[in-house]
Design a protein around this ligand. Structure first.
Ligand code: ADP
Ligand code: ZN
Length: 623
């Protein structure tokens, strides 16, 4: 601390010294400069107390002090020619004053030398100060010089507990051991067990990796350092490495503790892969991280938890024993998990009684924990905006749509023809979902434009499965085709609205051929060579597809998609009455839920279910 303070003041000190020395060298400001005449009168009239005579080659400088009539001391200085007569006369005039003779040549040499040294001293001082700052000894006041300090934020008292992390039971179990170790390190030491130094959490964004790591710190009641991988990467080479060093040094002082590195792929990418600048810096940083982790003795009490959503691009060296040798995959929550997450975030919210979180979980496959939290928060905001008493299903419904597609564009109106087109398109999807086994079921369909889409429907598989059969995939592609087919059949024309459907169907068909071996090309993986080099994959990733095979792949993909298209056509043709009924209901009510669609198909009247709402969205019945 002491040293830091001194270094902080060093530049000011140097400037002060410089200014002072300038003053003393130029003589003090209170001295009066006398002409030759004035000097003669002064010598005659005043009684000089003390005098300095410095004899130069051409002129001799005389300084002296006398007391004037007001009893004040006066300092004067003057020059006389350096002739022996003049100097003798001067000494005579000074009488019994105390006289010092100074060799002016000698003193000048000394002063000159000092003068010429000053810039060097100043510069050296400044450089010394800068270097000190760069090495991380600098004070905390000046951010501009904090390059090398780690940006790790220390969060002292963590309030997050495992009970705040819903679902993720397996993940929590894996982490429990780490907590046990942080709490009772002795137990493990005695048994000779080496606890992993690093844990790698991989999974989609928003699945709760940060939350899990934090909960770990909370449960073990240890400090939590968090830093993002991108914080290490700066323009200057070597900065990242010294930040890593600094971070581990800090952590060591507060062990046991957890260091959390988010987005570790920013520094931990495969070395020598990808292209673009900044390699050396990233590699140095990564090397430093490896060195620090290797250098950490067993059971020092520091556990490094890293998170990434691209475990595939990580450098294999990171995953070796003694580094991040425990890998935990945090997966997107399943239906039960989603319900649990909703429950956690519903704790502090004011819901209507008829809210069914299970039904909500069912409608949100593929949502991450962060998405679900966002949905409930959006719903709460909507409720506030409407001055509602409590959050009802309508709010949640709208919130889901917002999170998925952006806010409804109520102001964007479209003409009757477009509205009809969109309604028939969406009804096409719905019909395939209803009448084809294993097809995606439309949970909700709307023709209110939202985000980029004209209308949209929420299609989910009938049930969530770990694996899909070939028939499942074909059925999914068929339901994507439903919209386009309806356009063709009822309007004899097609729209650009099917762009997303076509993209999804094509990708799925391509995967079936090149990854899952579900075509006549056999169970072979065909690399299409399109992996993104920007994400750290090797530039020359092997492309084992010959031109001929590429042609065959295209043929197979086309066969699959066209087959599904025909199937959709067959289904819609035999259920065109039902389709027209759904489309009519959509044009009237604009938004329908799965239950309402079924009622419409059976020919029931649903107009009673729509009470008018302020924001124009019809209120669907609680799912
Ligand atoms: P990641 O680090 O995986 O990107 P976060 O841990 O930052 O995701 O999660 C973001 C937010 O999502 C959390 O703050 C939390 O509110 C919510 N969340 C995610 N997963 C869960 C979960 N399993 N239980 C409760 N909340 C969760
Ligand atoms: Zn569509």
């Amino acid at each position: 601390m002491q040293r830091n303070r001194l270094i902080n003041y060093l530049p000011y000190l140097i400037i002060l010294i410089a200014v002072l020395s300038l003053f003393t060298l130029n003589g003090s400001g209170t001295t009066s400069q006398l002409s030759y005449e004035q000097l003669q009168t002064t010598l005659k009239n005043e009684k000089i107390k003390e005098s300095q005579i410095s004899v130069g080659t051409n002129v001799t400088t005389v300084k002296g002090i006398y007391t004037n009539e007001n009893d004040k001391q006066v300092v004067f200085t003057s020059t006389i020619p350096s002739t022996s007569d003049q100097i003798e006369a001067l000494i005579e005039d000074l009488g019994d004053a105390k006289i010092t003779i100074i060799d002016s040549e000698a003193s000048n040499v000394f002063l000159d030398a000092l003068m010429s040294l000053i810039p060097f001293i100043l510069f050296a001082g400044f450089a010394f100060w800068m270097i000190n700052r760069m090495n991380g000894a600098g004070g905390a006041n000046n951010r501009a010089f904090e390059f090398s300090r780690s940006r790790a934020r220390l969060e002292g008292k963590i309030r997050v507990r495992f009970s705040d992390v819903a679902g993720c039971d397996e993940e929590k179990q894996e982490m429990a051991e780490i907590i046990d170790y942080l709490k009772y390190p002795k137990k493990f030491e005695k048994m000779g067990a080496r606890i992993p130094k690093g844990v790698l959490l991989s999974g989609h964004p928003g699945t709760g990796k940060t939350l899990l790591a934090k909960a770990c710190a909370g449960e073990a009641n240890v400090p939590f350092y968090s830093i993002s991988g991108s914080d290490f990467v700066e323009m200057f080479v070597g900065v990242g490495a010294s930040r890593v060093r600094d971070m581990f040094k800090k952590a060591q002082q507060t062990a046991p503790c957890i260091i959390f590195i988010d987005e570790i792929d920013a520094v931990g990418r495969q070395r020598g892969a990808g292209f673009g600048g900044g390699h050396d810096e990233r590699e140095q940083t990564l090397n430093q991280l490896l060195v620090e982790m290797d250098g950490m003795e067993d059971n020092t009490g520091i556990v490094v938890i890293a998170a990434t959503n691209r475990p595939d691009v990580l450098d294999p060296a990171l995953l070796r024993a003694g580094r991040f040798d425990r890998q935990i995959t945090v997966s997107l929550p399943d239906r039960k998990g989603r319900e649990a997450i909703l429950q956690v975030h519903a704790r502090n919210k004011h819901f209507a009684k008829d809210i069914n979180l299970d039904a909500l979980a069912k409608r949100t496959p593929g949502f991450s924990g962060a998405d679900l939290e966002n949905v409930l928060n959006e719903a709460a905001i909507l409720a506030v905006r409407e001055n509602a008493e409590e959050i009802d299903m309508g709010h949640i419904d709208e919130a889901i749509d917002r999170v998925m597609m952006g806010p409804a564009k109520v102001s964007r109106t479209y003409d009757e023809k477009t509205k009809k087109l969109v309604a028939y398109h969406e009804s096409g999807h719905a019909i395939v979902g209803l009448f084809l086994e294993n097809a995606q079921v439309v949970q909700k369909v709307t023709i209110i434009p939202r985000g980029q889409a004209g209308g949209y429907n929420l299609m989910t598989p009938k049930e969530e499965k770990m694996m899909n059969t070939k028939n499942d995939l074909l059925a999914s592609i068929t339901s994507y085709m439903g919209g386009r087919v309806a356009e063709e059949m009822f309007f004899d024309d097609v729209t650009t609205g099917a762009v997303n459907d076509i993209e999804r169907a094509t990708n799925m068909a391509k995967d079936m051929v090149t990854l899952y071996g579900m075509s006549d090309l056999g169970p072979i993986k065909y690399n299409s060579g399109s992996e993104n080099v920007f994400l750290g994959r090797d530039y020359n990733s092997p492309n084992n597809v010959s031109g001929e095979v590429a042609y065959e792949i295209d043929q197979e993909v086309r066969k699959i998609v066209n087959g599904c298209h025909d199937k959709a056509m067959e289904i819609i043709r035999s259920h065109s009455d039902e389709l027209e009924r759904i489309a009519a209901a959509l044009i009237e009510f604009e938004t329908l839920t799965a239950e309402q669609i079924q009622k419409v198909v059976k020919g029931e009247d649903i107009s009673g279910e729509f009470t008018s709402r302020k924001n124009g969205t019809p209120e669907p019945a609680a799912a």
